[in-house]
Design a protein around this ligand. Structure first.
Ligand code: IMP
Ligand code: MG
Length: 183
């Protein structure tokens, strides 16, 4: 392999091809649900960037895009539960049907905060599309409407997901070697 990140990966969970196929299926389902309507995709930065790009193309929906930057202060690989807005949306979402695009639903703290925030801003409806779901670690009663893959309780990186802001550009999703973050 060409890149020097592969050596930090314990095992590959989903290959580029598997991700591509699954995202296309999710896009097809979103098209079915939303065709003829006017949804607004809201991507959660930074983790969503690759999934968002592929999902909006896969859906083929005539739609607008927005991004919101959120940070749930993390101690190494665990969420603190405190969510902050690091970059707010640029347009009014009053009365809009939103499709939240997130990389991974883990403790649920991020999406619990975000759905409350978006409803308070006047959203008409919210659909959650998450690439990954780690239900074993949930602290908040949040479920996603569209889930790419259910993952085990391991720290995963790639295809947008990071460890300390690195590995986001891996084309596949893999489990990081624990030695990388226990160093
Ligand atoms: P939450 O715990 O559901 O609030 O998720 C918070 C954020 O933590 C997610 O949006 C991800 O950016 C990040 N996160 C959670 N689990 C993982 C993981 O296994 N790898 C990389 N990032 C993760
Ligand atoms: Mg994220």
């Amino acid at each position: 392999m060409r890149n020097n990140m592969d050596q930090d990966i314990l095992k590959v969970l989903y290959t580029e091809e598997e991700i591509h196929r699954r995202v296309q299926e999710m896009g097809d389902e979103l098209f079915e649900q939303y065709q003829g309507r006017d949804p607004l995709f809201v991507g959660v930065l930074n983790g969503c960037f690759m999934f968002m790009a592929d999902l909006v193309r896969a859906s083929g929906l005539k739609s607008e895009l927005e991004f919101i930057g959120l940070s749930s202060y993390r101690d190494a690989t665990k969420s603190s539960g405190v969510v902050q807005i690091t970059r707010d949306m640029q347009r009014d979402i009053t009365g809009r049907e939103l499709i939240i695009v997130e990389d991974i639903l883990d403790s649920g703290n991020t999406l619990a905060f975000l759905t409350k925030y978006l409803m308070a801003k006047g959203a008409k409806s919210i659909t959650i599309a998450t690439l990954l779901d780690k239900p074993s670690r949930r602290q908040k009663a949040i479920t996603a409407d569209y889930v790419g893959f259910v993952v085990p309780d391991e720290f995963v990186v790639g295809y947008g997901l990071d460890y300390a802001q690195v590995y986001r550009n891996l084309p596949y999703i893999g489990v990081l070697k624990p030695t990388v973050y226990s160093k």
